[in-house]
Design a protein around this ligand. Structure first.
Ligand code: NAP
Ligand code: ZN
Length: 359
């Protein structure tokens, strides 16, 4: 542990990747002692986001090894510092992607810490004390309470974990475009994975017509029957794409790999918006014709602010929205990661950290 972090005295068991093979193995490390603004949380469950794969395998070229991934964290508060407001021992809480921000720029002051220039991630980030942050593939975390949210009592903790990243990432753009509970719009969701399946659930709960745009014919039946999608377009089928041209108001693109945008943009109505949240390691090609011929916009965003994350969880409680999960024990993390890489998950792996703590 670096000399700048002398108060890192709490020994924690977790799981880390040590090189670009991305292979995860047990790893013991230190966290800081609970400070006045901190809460210590016994982690119960942590989701496996595709971002964890990008980091574990250094696909974005920015990984600091060893990396302890995990930013879909839920657990129970075991200690709260003297200046902590709103959290006490025993509270059911969640932590998403953020560990810190400057707390006083225009973005922090307006609940958009996620756009603070000094925002630091919950893993592979640098905390205020200079230490490298370690994420939720671990049994315990110490977090500044300003980056912690409450998990509503009615939500099961395991299926709520993915809401902390996947949920807020798709909720925030819907909110920004006045699509929360407003109904009546035609929304497209590209990529039916962890983020995508929650986008479908939100879109339907909010009363919209939802079209899934997917590479996987095998997902059509469950997209319609279980998730309630209205239409399903195979993104490699020219006839289906042609039929749906100019039909959608808003498209959320959650795809984790390089893919063509031309046919997706053509699905938008005039003045429609394509909102990118997927983060492929290679740049996407942006064709100008569908933009200029349809006055369409392309934009992107990262997760959401803390207040908005709490709002999203409360909305999930109201509409009874959780993630479809496959619960795994920690010894199966590598298998799960390989299955996510192969697009073989319905729709989120969640690690049962509590079970590992009992061993
Ligand atoms: P995921 O569960 O693996 O889902 C991604 C989906 O993309 C797959 O289910 C698949 O859907 C589709 N897909 C995969 N490879 C494809 C390809 N080569 N061409 C076309 N479609 C393909 O991943 P996730 O956890 O939802 O994350 C998705 C992306 O969002 C990742 O890049 C992740 O890093 C990023 N992310 C961004 C934010 C943010 O704040 N912006 C937050 C979280 C995650 P179909 O089978 O339906 O085609
Ligand atoms: Zn994530």
């Amino acid at each position: 542990m670096a000399a700048t972090t002398p108060n890192h005295t709490v020994t924690v068991s977790g799981w880390a990747a040590h090189d670009s093979s991305g292979k995860i193995s047990p790893y013991t490390f230190k966290r800081r002692k609970n400070g006045v603004n901190d809460v210590t949380i016994k982690i119960l469950y942590c989701g496996i986001c595709h971002t964890d794969l990008h980091y574990a395998k250094n696909e974005w070229g920015i990984t600091m090894y060893p990396v302890v991934p995990g930013h879909e964290i839920v657990g129970v508060v075991t200690e709260a510092g003297s200046d902590v407001k709103g959290f006490k021992e025993g509270d059911r809480v969640g932590i998403g992607c953020m560990a810190a921000s400057c707390l006083d720029c225009e973005h922090c002051e307006t609940g958009q810490e996620n756009y603070c220039e000094k925002m630091e991630f919950v893993y592979n980030g640098i905390f205020w004390d200079g230490s490298i942050t370690y994420g939720g593939y671990s049994q315990l975390i110490v977090a500044d309470h300003r980056f912690v949210v409450h998990v509503p009592e009615s939500l099961p903790m395991d299926a709520a974990a993915p809401l902390l990243c996947a949920g807020i990432t798709v909720f925030s753009p819907l909110k920004d475009h006045d699509l929360v509970a407003t109904g009546g719009k035609k929304i497209g969701v590209v990529g039916l994975g962890g983020l995508g399946h929650l986008a479908v659930k939100f879109g339907k709960a909010f009363g919209h017509h939802v079209t899934v745009i997917s590479t996987s014919p095998s997902k059509e039946e469950e997209a319609k029957q279980r998730l309630g999608a209205d239409d399903f377009i195979i993104s490699t089928n020219p006839e289906q794409l042609a039929k749906a041209k100019r039909s959608l108001d808003f498209i959320l693109d959650t795809v984790s790999a390089e893919h063509p945008l031309l046919s997706i943009l053509e699905l938008l109505k005039v003045k429609g918006t394509l909102f990118l949240v997927g983060a492929p390691d290679k740049p996407l090609q942006l064709p100008s014709f569908p933009l200029i011929m349809g006055k369409r916009s392309v934009k992107g965003g990262i997760i959401g602010g803390i207040k908005e994350t709490q709002e999203m969880l409360d909305v999930c409680a109201k509409y009874n929205i959780t993630s479809d999960i496959e619960l795994i024990t920690a010894d199966r993390i590598n298998e799960a990661i390989e299955r996510v890489a192969k697009n073989d998950v319905r729709y989120r792996f969640v690690i049962d950290i509590a079970a590992a703590s009992k061993e």
